[in-house]
Ligand binder design. Structure first.
Ligand code: G6P
Ligand code: MN
Length: 445
């Protein structure tokens, strides 16, 4: 079986390859094709993978290419993990927004809109090529903002594109752990959009255990979300929000912390990864060791400003490795081998949330088999959550419309309608600022 990874020179590719190396079963991936625009990055990552494969019998064969069509032909699965504009682009997304006093973050608020506007045209081009060159392939989208990008691609690939994120899994795992339940025996009632969802219940043997957690100060304050949001707020909500909702519920504090940070997240990662790719070339050092140290530092500093404003302290050792490669592998196995699984994924709504139309991509538990991902029925969200979900989905639709038409006015509308952008004038200045720094936005006329 052949797996093509777009963004194959990306920093997290060794996580995926490492997961593939643990898979010994019949029908596993035997061939990995890495595609990237940057040959140097491809070579650095290929060196890491070669070291990972040492002493592993029958490790998947790795080839690299900068030719997209060649990479797609013959693929059974395509992982799309691209970053349009690179980490320099991510840093600019943050900088321009923060200069206007609004949130600059990869997926949430103004920064996420800017990143979406740059990424959607490229993702659509990829989707069209997959439809033409590899019509039977399944596309698993890792590219952020994952919900929006998956929806853009689904207009060309239908249900053959599925978006993934490890945040809901991590959240479910943490809640199960504090409740003393095994994650595999727990049903996690989670729904929303990507980076905008809530756990409303966790059932074990048919009984909801979340009330027990919400009633217990010690348990509730003992894990990441409890520390981040505070026990009182979680109790008021009666649910545990995805960590990215910290940017909404504590927006003022998050914006201030990001403005005051020595480096924004994007700038930190840009510099960290520049060092990694420069040094991974040297033949006398282990590219794998270097990668591993760099990865550990990245994971330890994830959302550190948010944790600081909340006084949440260091990350829990158990939370350090997110596991998005595990979600991707579980999804691929379930489809390829008809190994039924339940996974929280980004798929078309198809009536799951009645307030959204059928094609809106949402994040929801799905039953997965050889026919793809089937969202399960869930209870409706409370009004406050429905309000946020509908507002953000409306913004995503404006982003998709702007990417299709090239209309600057539509791009302004996308920013202006976002709940975290507090003035139409700010939205206008954001479009000015972003088009001035991003070549990838030159299509906005
Ligand atoms: C979480 C999010 C991902 C994000 C990742 C890395 O897992 O769900 O969407 O890509 O963190 O974040 P970072 O800030 O390290 O790039
Ligand atoms: Mn994510």
């Amino acid at each position: 079986m052949r797996l093509t990874i777009l963004g194959g020179g990306g920093f997290r590719v060794p996580l995926v390859y490492g997961a593939l190396l643990t898979d010994r079963a019949e029908g596993r991936v035997t061939e990995v094709v890495l595609h990237d625009l940057d040959d140097g990055r491809l070579r650095a990552v290929a060196r890491v993978l070669a070291e990972q494969a040492t002493a592993v019998a029958d490790a998947p064969r790795v080839t690299v290419t900068t030719d997209l069509d060649e990479a797609l032909r013959g693929a059974d699965f395509v992982f799309s993990a691209i970053r349009v504009g690179g980490l320099e682009g991510r840093a600019a997304d943050e900088r321009v927004a923060l200069a206007q006093g609004v949130l600059g973050q990869e997926t949430v608020g103004a920064g996420g809109i800017a990143y979406g506007l740059r990424t959607v045209p490229v993702a659509v081009d990829i989707a069209r090529r997959v439809a033409r060159l590899a019509p039977d392939a399944w596309v698993i989208n890792f590219t952020n903002p994952a919900g929006l990008v998956t929806e853009a691609m689904s207009r060309h690939l239908g249900e053959r594109v599925i978006g993934i994120c490890d945040s809901p899994v991590g959240l479910g795992r943490r809640i199960a752990r504090v409740l003393g339940a095994h994650p595999n025996e727990a049903w996690i009632d989670y729904v929303g959009l990507n980076h905008l969802g809530w756990v409303r219940g966790l059932r074990v043997a048919g009984r909801d255990q979340l009330p027990r957690l919400l009633a217990d100060d010690d348990l509730l304050g003992s894990f990441e979300e409890g520390k981040l949001f505070g026990v009182d707020w979680l109790r008021s909500l009666g649910a545990i929000p995805n960590e990215y909702l910290h940017y909404y519920y504590f927006n003022r504090e998050a914006v201030r912390a990001y403005q005051q940070a020595e480096k924004t997240r994007g700038a930190f990662l840009r510099d960290q990864q520049a060092r990694f790719y420069a040094n991974a070339r040297h033949a006398d050092i282990s590219a794998l060791d270097l990668w591993d140290r760099t990865r550990a530092e990245r994971e330890a500093t994830y959302m550190s400003e948010n944790r600081q404003t909340a006084g949440a302290g260091e990350r829990d050792a158990d939370d350090l490795s997110g596991g998005y490669e595990k979600v991707a592998l579980a999804l691929m196995r379930a489809i390829a081998r008809d190994e039924r699984a339940t996974l929280i994924l980004n798929v078309r709504n198809r009536g799951t949330l009645s307030v959204l139309d059928t094609d809106a991509v949402i994040e929801v538990p799905c039953l997965v088999d050889a026919n793809g991902a089937h969202p399960v029925a869930v209870d409706p969200l409370p009004d406050h959550a429905t309000g946020l979900v509908c507002a953000v989905k409306a913004v995503e639709r404006e982003v998709l419309a702007a990417a299709e038409s090239g209309s600057r006015a539509t791009a302004v509308k996308a920013f202006a309608l976002h709940p975290l952008v507090d003035s139409v004038n700010v939205a206008r200045r954001l479009v000015e600022g972003y088009t001035a720094v991003h070549p990838g936005l030159s299509y906005l006329a």
